[in-house]
Ligand binder design. Structure first.
Ligand SMILES: NC(=O)c1ccc[n+]([C@@H]2O[C@H](COP(=O)([O-])OP(=O)(O)OC[C@H]3O[C@@H](n4cnc5c(N)ncnc54)[C@H](OP(=O)(O)O)[C@@H]3O)[C@@H](O)[C@H]2O)c1
Length: 302
């Protein structure tokens, strides 16, 4: 198979390493090329180019059995979302009209679900994000979905939960830095549900969707066990021996978080039942074991 990963960063590298080790020819695109040699070390052929520039896409050689779009907004706000996700999606679909592209998988986010009642959400649940960045992700998904409906290219959407893994994991990093706070929102003294997935399981989920998923279908990629924010912090405090973070001060104004203050449990049932996908790290307990062991062995080094 010949596969292109557009936006070959934290997730793209893990996916590319996995695909190239199973014999695929993998090309990875990012604006900076391969500055630290990570793509080459993962068996990925580096390409230097910007998804927002159609000429850069045109310069990519050949046809592809699959294209995975795992680009990120580089922590930018709504304007970056509009340019990179929405504009990038339109550029990719236009580019694919002049190539043979077997599949196109777009990485989206479970932040498109805005539920606040603690309910389970599936791919069929309503998608009505409150914030502008969430709405831009929905608009981006629609570009891919409509291209599939119009018969331009077979697309799939993968809505990914909060990613953690080596060097990543927002709440864990905050906890280690002593900056985490226990939220007591949504009328819960343990705070809201958080939904996570290890980087390596994102890679295996993307591979499963690309190889075995139905064209035109959307899949959630998340581990087996949502956890309440307070329970997760209690777990980290217990396992590391570090202090339990204090309770957060009530917020004065509306939340400025990109993901908003949602309270929902995201189901991976479609991915597991239809595609036989199983996470290697079914919950935060297995996924954080290595980082916690390193933290206990050498406090301050993680
Ligand atoms: N982090 C999370 O918790 C989370 C949760 C749900 C979904 N996601 C989604 O998962 C995807 C992958 O995330 P990640 O953590 O792997 O992101 P990442 O580490 O920031 O990697 C993204 C890559 O995209 C490249 N890139 C950015 N703009 C580009 C452009 N205009 N043209 C070409 N390449 C570009 C970046 O390299 P250059 O800077 O060199 O271009 C980088 O290598 C993103 O879509 C993200 O929104 C993330």
């Amino acid at each position: 198979m010949r596969i292109l990963i557009v936006g070959c960063g934290y997730v793209g590298l893990a996916l590319g390493r996995r695909l190239s080790s199973s014999g695929a020819e993998v090309l990875g695109l990012r604006r900076q090329g391969d500055p630290d040699g990570a793509m080459a070390a993962a068996g990925i052929q580096p390409l230097c180019g910007d998804l927002t520039q159609p000429a850069d896409l045109e310069a990519i050689p050949g046809d592809f059995d699959a294209v995975v779009c795992a680009v990120s907004s580089s922590r930018g706000g709504a304007e970056a979302y509009r340019e990179v996700y929405l504009g990038g999606a339109r550029n990719l679909i236009e580019w694919a009209r002049h190539r043979r592209v077997g599949r196109m998988v777009s990485v989206s986010s479970t932040s498109v679900y805005s539920q606040t009642d603690g309910s389970w959400v599936t791919e069929d649940s309503p998608v009505e994000p409150a914030g502008e960045t969430g709405r831009l992700l929905v608009a981006t998904e629609q570009v891919f979905t409509e291209a599939h409906r119009a018969g331009l290219v077979a697309t799939q959407i993968v809505r990914v939960a909060g990613i953690y893994g080596p060097g990543r994991g927002h709440l864990f990093q905050q906890f280690l830095a002593g900056q985490a706070r226990r939220e007591q929102s949504q009328g819960q003294n343990q705070g809201r549900w958080i939904n996570m997935i290890h980087r390596d399981d994102v890679a295996s989920a993307l591979e499963a969707v690309m190889l075995r998923g139905d064209p035109g279908r959307t899949y959630n990629a998340v581990d087996d066990e949502p956890v309440l924010q307070g329970a997760f912090l209690e777990f980290l405090a217990q396992e590391t021996g570090l202090p339990l973070p204090p309770v957060a001060e009530p917020m004065a104004g509306p939340s400025t978080r990109k993901r908003g203050t949602t309270h929902k449990r995201v189901s991976n049932r479609r991915l597991s039942e239809e595609l036989g996908w199983k996470p290697r790290f079914p919950s935060y307990r297995e996924g954080y074991a290595a980082d916690i062991a390193a933290c206990v062995a050498n406090p301050g080094a993680v």
